[in-house]
Design a protein around this ligand. Structure first.
Ligand code: DAH
Length: 339
């Protein structure tokens, strides 16, 4: 029996040393120490021993059991430590590895110019107003002194949603919405998208941007309009830029004018960009028509105002020498990266 026990000890320690996983270790524990294990089987036979032998064999059996237990524990600890080390090695971060570069975006040139424009006008005390792009015919035309059969409707090839609803063809309806909601003094700009049923070419797009301006207060005159636009133009294009007001007609202003600036390219000599004129048209403006004011509940006897409408694509073209409107909307990264 003693031989059996020592044989078990040898076999068990040998097998334990070979074990490579915690699962294999558990199998060995069951094989040797479990209820149906080899050691247990031997110990069950102890009843047949003589009273002299019994304590000796018992002692040896206990010793073998505790040796196997200790060996199991040690091996278990060793395997667990190994696994933990492997995990740590796997998870190590190499802080010297170069990072992944992510490409930086650029501001779209229209955004840059609009941001500049907002800075210039908010610097003069203007706030920013907004209106819907899907607009009532009433605001887009009627309230701006453009009745149903007015020829001015034909010059703006409007997208109609139904008889009374359009995609706004100009930002001017925001003037009316603002005057309905605010009492004078009013000083706002309203940038936004506008829509016209135009085929796409170098100078036309069915969607583009305008920036509307509106000032209403007591005693506002054409001189205020001129002074405001002069500050704006010189800040945007440089101090040397000159302005020219040309008489024009808009239904919602009286008198009305178009504003030209001296050509940024030739300074007024005449060149390819200004088509030999020396001047470039950049916006429409005028004194708010008394009928528009009174339609919004503002007494034209007490108040007066001026308004202007700027084409954002156009003023951006002149700022950067962009010669094709389509470039703005194609989002070719090689174009956008230049600004
Ligand atoms: N709404 C006009 C257009 O789209 C531009 C314009 C002209 C706006 C004169 C104004 C203005 O506010 O006073 O052609």
């Amino acid at each position: 029996m003693q031989e059996q026990l020592t044989a078990i000890r040898e076999a068990a320690t040998g097998a334990l040393n070979q074990a490579e996983t915690l699962a294999a270790l558990e199998e060995l524990r069951i094989q040797y120490l479990g209820k149906k294990g080899e050691l247990t089987a031997v110990m069950k036979g102890m009843g047949q021993l003589s009273p002299e032998e019994r304590p000796l064999v018992g002692q040896l059996a206990n010793q073998v059991r505790s040796e196997i237990e200790t060996a199991l524990d040690e091996k278990k600890n060793a395997l667990e430590a190994e696994a933990a080390n492997a995990k740590i090695l796997n998870e190590t971060i190499d802080v010297t590895m170069p990072g992944k570069r992510s490409g930086k975006g650029k501001k779209h040139p229209l955004t840059t110019v609009l941001d500049d424009l907002k800075d210039i006008f908010t610097g003069m005390g203007f706030t920013i107003a907004e209106g819907p792009e899907v607009e009532l015919d009433y605001y887009n035309f009627e309230a701006l002194n453009i009745p149903k059969d007015h020829p001015a409707r034909d010059t703006q090839d409007t997208f109609y949603i139904d008889e009374n609803v359009v995609l706004r063809s100009q930002t001017s309806p925001v003037q009316v919405r603002t005057m309905e909601q605010q009492k004078p003094p009013i000083r706002v700009i309203a940038p936004g998208r506008v829509y016209r049923s135009d085929a796409v070419d170098a100078t036309h797009s069915p969607v583009f941007h305008q920036v509307e301006g509106l000032v209403v207060d007591k005693g506002i005159t054409m001189a205020d309009l001129k002074g405001t636009l002069e500050v704006f133009v010189k800040k945007l294009y440089g101090e040397e830029t000159r302005l020219r007001f040309r008489p024009h007609h808009f239904p919602f202003t009286e008198p009305s004018a178009e504003v030209d600036i001296s050509c940024f390219n030739c300074g007024g000599e005449g060149c390819r960009i200004c088509k030999g004129e020396g001047w470039i048209e950049i916006l429409g403006c005028g004194m708010v028509h008394p009928r528009v004011l009174s339609g919004c509940g503002i007494d034209p006897e007490e108040y007066s105002g001026f308004a202007f409408g700027i084409g954002l694509e156009r003023i951006t073209m002149f700022r950067y020498g962009i010669d094709d409107l389509r470039l703005y909307f194609e989002n070719d990264i090689r174009f956008l990266e230049q600004f």
